[in-house]
Ligand binder design. Structure first.
Ligand code: EPU
Length: 430
């Protein structure tokens, strides 16, 4: 397994471009299954989760052409199977996003139940309940969700918990249903709005995306077209925190500042000076040690759970004590133990981490446990004294495009050690 070697060497400086959003690209690629004509998607990020999704689409019989600029044309005119197998679904939970599109267009679908996850139990009961409300017959058999429906019917569905992929699955299913579907207490994430824009480009009729009530009027058929994926707000936020953590000064291009209001507000509280104009955000933290900030995760537009781990890293050597409360997932603090190995003073009390900032973190061998935990360890490694070696960075490759190249461009001392490379001697706690 590849590892990352990072030597903390001070402030990040310079300018990079932000990639297309992973969590927008995944539902949008699933949405191409709705379309009987070729559909073009641009600004697709080059990530492992995208490769997995393309492999899944390929299994169904979708023909995919991908150019060197990561613009792809997906042609799902005729499919050969409607089954999403366990071996792919277990590597990527977002595979559940094919359930709604396949069922609504072809009248049946079989998707393996995703199973356990490193950050929480993550059930898909709301996806299933919502499709049932639209008239689907669904059974769980041999570990598979087996769904049938002659044609889904428009329905009113209230999410009792806000679910991002749940909202996306039902929104896609509703595009070809008979009648009007109203999704209440829907997720409002920018990725939902981006998916709605993509579906509209296919001929879907959707109102209210970005609010908590989304209305979809089903149509008989969708058609080909094109869509450009929006920028990745979590990648943007991760680089902003990395700059704040290292006392850096960076500019991020091709991003969307308005997606990050809650994150930017918290970064300003740490002492960062942030300016945004058009699609550029600039952060300046030169000569400062960050001040601790309290954070509570909640659905958009509040502070995102996908930025929680990065703020734990920032607080770990900030001035003061902060509480970081996780309200979305029940087990999303796996990074805490690894940070403790680097000298962090963090106490876990249920869903809250009490982070007492220390003057310095020390490089150490650490292990990534999930995508955002990996980002947290990268930030800690950049800001620590000495050398950090992060194992299991395949998690990072799922969601950050060219992270070591981008960080190197900002002056970081970071390199990938391909599998088989002898472990480097690390300084600090071990
Ligand atoms: N939930 C249910 N039942 C359901 C669905 C969700 O109880 O049927 C619960 C979950 O257990 C959780 C809460 O609802 O407690 C919210 O989960 P949600 O369904 O919103 O999460 P998701 O759609 O599976 C997406 C992102 C995650 C991100 C969460 C929350 C994608 C592909 N994934 O997951 O991204 O953390 O929303 O914002 O969009 C990541 O990128 O690192 C990542 C984990």
């Amino acid at each position: 397994m590849d590892k990352l070697n990072i030597v903390g060497n001070g402030p990040l400086r310079g300018e990079i471009s932000i990639s297309g959003a992973k969590n927008a690209a995944l539902p949008i690629l699933a949405a191409t299954l709705l379309c009987p004509e070729p559909f073009t998607v641009s600004n697709v990020p080059h990530l492992r989760d995208i490769t997995t999704t393309l492999e899944l689409l390929g299994r169904f019989g979708t023909r995919i052409e991908l150019d060197e600029n990561m613009t792809l044309v997906a042609d799902s005119a005729s499919l050969t199977t409607l089954q999403a197998p366990y071996e792919l679904v277990r590597t990527m939970r977002a595979s559940i996003l094919v359930l709604g599109p396949l069922l609504t267009r072809f009248g049946e679908a079989e998707v393996s139940l995703p199973g356990g996850c490193a950050i929480g139990s993550r059930p898909v009961n709301l996806h299933i309940q919502g499709l049932k409300a639209m008239g689907a017959h669904i059974e769980i058999e041999d570990g598979y969700i087996k769904a049938h429906a002659k044609r889904l019917k428009g329905a009113r569905f209230l999410f009792d918990v806000i679910s991002v992929t749940g909202t996306e699955n039902l929104m896609m299913a509703a595009t070809l249903a008979d009648g009007v579907t109203v999704l209440e207490n829907a997720a409002r994430e920018p990725e939902i709005t981006d998916l709605a824009r993509c579906l509209t480009a296919m001929g879907a009729r959707i109102k209210g995306a970005g609010t908590d009530t989304i209305t979809i009027e089903g149509v008989e058929k969708l058609h080909g077209g094109s869509h450009t994926i929006t920028s990745d707000r979590i990648e943007t936020g991760t680089f902003l925190v990395a700059a704040a953590a290292t006392g850096g000064h960076i500019r991020l291009r091709r991003t969307e500042p308005s997606y990050l209001d809650a994150v930017i507000e918290k970064l300003r509280e740490t002492g960062a000076i942030i300016h945004s104009e058009g699609d550029v955000i600039e952060i300046d933290m030169r000569g400062k040690r960050p001040k601790s900030v309290n954070v509570t995760t909640a659905p958009y537009p509040a502070f995102p759970t996908d930025m929680q781990a990065q703020f734990v890293a920032l607080n770990a050597f900030a001035q003061g004590t902060a509480t970081v409360k996780e309200t979305i997932f029940e087990n999303r603090f796996m990074h805490v133990q690894e940070l403790q190995r680097m000298g962090a003073d963090i106490e876990l009390q249920g869903n809250t981490a009490i982070v007492r900032g220390v003057e310095v973190l020390h490089g150490a061998p650490v292990m990534a446990t999930d995508l955002r935990a990996s980002a947290c360890l990268v930030i800690a490694g950049l800001a620590a004294q000495g050398e950090t070696e992060i194992d299991r960075i395949y998690h990072l490759d799922r969601g950050y495009e060219c992270i070591e190249e981008k960080l190197a461009q900002l002056g970081a001392k970071i390199r990938r050690l391909p599998a088989g490379t002898r472990p480097q001697k690390c300084t600090g706690a071990s």
